[in-house]
Design a protein around this ligand. Structure first.
Ligand code: MN
Length: 696
């Protein structure tokens, strides 16, 4: 384990201004908090955060990052609190430690599932500061180095898989190839022990044959060739690591012997000019393998990687891969973004001032191809996304502003359709609540529930919107047809004589309707008049003596009340005949009649409930509507016209809200009963200027 003074020395070697006292405080704080906790290796737990800090000093990271690494497990695994950390180490460190703690919790939550791509994106989105991610990656790397101490094979494999699927690709994404390679090698050994052993054995055989290793011999030859032609180069030779060899064997279906690039060489030269000169010298000396040359200097990779790559056939028919780059390019290739900062003036400043995304974008501005730019846009896009969990820990990706309804539809259409409520992080919350990153969302359902038109005012995903719209449309048509059928029955009653069995078919033909549903819809929406329907059913009937007048409805009466008891229709819900109703009776007061769905009932504990029903001859009531109409001349007149033609008096009208293209009105109108109201609503909805019409 690194000693306290060794750690401080390491940081000061690359950053003389580092806050030595803060690092010392963190060291002592972490040691005290972790106390006697023990790792699977038998070492004191405290050795782990110190080693993680050590890994990060290799990347020359700033003092705040190092302190964060030392403290990274104190919140989750000890009694330390965020307030304590802020008091001792300041707001920046507290924020960073909080970030790492959150990532660890997410990791624990989603242990059971394999939505690796989603989890990677989520970790990116959550690490608002790249330093959080760097600490997390170093944490994982150290855990991988000590993986073999864990006794349970199942647990070792799970951790290795997760590292392979999530953390190694993340490291690659931000250009930390050393982290990536080591994680992959360690994970590969755990997940595919047989394949690992066989490749390791082959690699060893390659080195046999006495004296100098083949790899060193080739490297020495390369260096000599370049020097003889005036280029000072540092040449390194390395074997591909077992995991990448194995992956190539699997991808290309080739054996180890057929694999061309088991060995790779790197020439590090002083300038970009010399990179190209080196390339020329190598191509002159050895035959080039066609199709393997790549120029990542003029066209860097999206993460900023620069190098020339080529493959040549070396003496003894051995294919070798050669990368050519400058020292600066090399540092960036090895340490990715971390090096990018370290090489800038003052790593800490750069890290603190630029959120990591913008830093990445800066690098990406050099991306040349459309595809690379697209990749980078995709990265930036994570900022507009949120990630929420199902109770089972599955990750659901949604746009910012998404609500539990959007969440439910994203999981499954049926779940969305049946939503009646939601719990966010265990608390019941309104369905219109915007979700936040990391929320756990439980959807409460009922088989009796259907999509509600009101949801359209707050959902943000296209899927939810489309599903709700489709349902509401079909529901409205059903209601309209049912209403038309009722009116049709009334019309039939008014005819002077009963109809023959063929009358309906005849009527459809005369009125040019394909089926009776279409006719009922037309009747409800007043596209065909009562008189026209009567004539079609029984030609000549409207002129005859026997036709009866439309049914008359008389005053309001309510069943279930002792005659003479005073009642009033509640102002809050405006019940009209046909509504299901309930009475609230309080001492010395008139009985209040409410609709069964009225919110007031929930607060009516101090009153007796009285079961009520409308009398057969009930007629008349005031219904309150919410109508959204287009903001254009004549809209209001059109509404008034429809209400007039349906015999509905407007009692009052007020503008509830307006935006550019739509106005919302609250209307009180006098209607006979629910059927009458339904006809009016249907007619309103059928009007072009009306965006929506609902009873309030
Ligand atoms: Mn840890």
């Amino acid at each position: 384990m690194l000693r306290q003074y060794e750690l401080v020395e390491k940081v000061r070697s690359y950053d003389p201004d580092a806050d030595e006292a803060m690092i010392n405080r963190a060291y002592v704080f972490s040691m005290q908090k972790h106390g006697t906790q023990i790792r699977a290796s038998g070492d004191p737990y405290f050795s782990h955060p110190i080693e993680v800090a050590g890994i990060l000093t290799d990347l020359h990271l700033d003092d705040e990052t190092i302190v964060t690494a030392i403290l990274h497990d104190t919140i989750e695994d000890t009694v330390a609190t965020p307030e304590e950390i802020e008091r001792h180490f300041g707001g920046n460190v507290a924020r960073l430690v909080d970030g790492v703690t959150k990532l660890s919790r997410i990791e624990a939550q989603s242990e059971s599932q394999r939505a690796a791509e989603n989890l990677r994106k989520f970790l990116l989105a959550m690490s608002g500061d790249i330093r959080v991610l760097l600490v997390k990656l170093a944490d994982r790397l150290h855990n991988m180095r000590t993986l073999h101490f864990i006794k349970s094979e199942e647990k070792r494999r799970r951790i290795a898989r997760e590292t392979m699927d999530i953390y190694a690709p993340l490291a690659e994404r931000i250009g930390m190839y050393e982290f990536m390679t080591e994680m992959q090698t360690l994970a590969f050994r755990e997940v595919e022990p047989d394949a690992y052993a066989s490749i390791a054995r082959r690699l060893e055989q390659l080195h046999k044959g006495g004296g100098e290793k083949m790899i060193d011999r080739i490297a020495r030859g390369l260096k000599a060739h370049l020097e003889a032609n005036g280029v000072e180069a540092e040449v390194q030779g390395r074997e591909k690591h077992p995991y990448s060899i194995w992956r190539k064997m699997a991808e290309r279906h080739v054996s180890f012997e057929q694999l061309s690039d088991v060995m790779a060489f790197r020439a590090i030269v002083p300038s970009v000019d010399q990179c190209y000169r080196t390339l020329g010298l190598i191509h002159q000396r050895w035959p080039v393998v066609p199709g393997r040359f790549k120029d990542f200097i003029s066209t860097p990779k999206r993460n900023g990687y620069q190098s020339l790559h080529t493959t040549v056939i070396h003496d003894e028919q051995m294919r070798i891969e050669i990368q050519i780059r400058t020292a600066d390019m090399h540092a960036r290739a090895e340490h990715g973004l971390a090096a990018h900062w370290a090489y800038k003036e003052g790593a800490a400043e750069a890290a603190a001032q630029h959120p990591w995304i913008s830093d990445l974008v800066e690098i990406l501005e050099h991306a040349a191809s459309a595809e690379e730019l697209l990749e980078h846009t995709r990265m930036a896009m994570y900022q507009d996304r949120i990630f929420a969990f199902t109770p089972k820990g599955e990750l659901i990706q949604l746009p910012k502003g998404a609500t539990p309804i959007d969440f439910a539809y994203a999981v499954h259409t049926d779940l969305g359709d049946q939503t009646v409520g939601s719990k966010i992080n265990g608390r019941v919350m309104p369905l219109r609540t915007p979700l936040e990153n990391g929320d756990q969302v439980e959807i409460l359902v009922s088989k009796a529930q259907h999509p509600q038109p009101g949801w359209l005012s707050f959902v943000v995903t296209g899927k939810a919107r489309a599903k709700i719209r489709r349902f509401v449309k079909s529901k409205e048509r059903e209601e309209t047809i049912a209403l038309g059928r009722k009116i049709f029955d009334e019309i039939v009653q008014r005819l002077p004589q009963p109809l023959g069995w063929e009358a309906m078919a005849e009527a459809l033909k005369r009125l040019h309707f394909h089926d009776d549903a279409a006719l009922m819809e037309a009747i409800a929406m007043k596209r065909v008049s009562d008189v026209a329907v009567m004539e079609a059913l029984l030609p000549g009937s409207t002129g005859s003596e026997g036709v009866k007048p439309p049914p008359q409805r008389t005053a309001i009466s309510i069943k279930g009340l002792t005659p003479g008891v005073a009642f009033q229709l509640a102002e809050c819900c405006h019940p009209i005949p046909g509504d299901r109703i309930v009475g609230l009776r309080r001492e010395g007061e008139e009985i209040e009649v409410h609709t069964i769905g009225c919110d007031t009932l929930a607060n009516g504990e101090d009153a007796d409930w009285v079961d009520l029903a409308w009398g057969d001859e009930s007629d008349g009531g005031t219904a309150r509507l919410c109508v959204v109409i287009r903001n254009e001349p004549g809209s209001l007149a059109a509404i008034a016209g429809i209400l007039g033609s349906h015999g509905a008096n407007i009692v009052s009208m007020e503008q509830a809200s307006r935006d550019g293209s739509f106005h919302t009105f609250h209307l009180d109108i006098e209607v006979h009963d629910v059927q009458h109201l339904m006809r009016i609503l249907a007619a309103l909805r059928a009007t072009e200027v009306v965006a929506s019409a609902e009873r309030l």
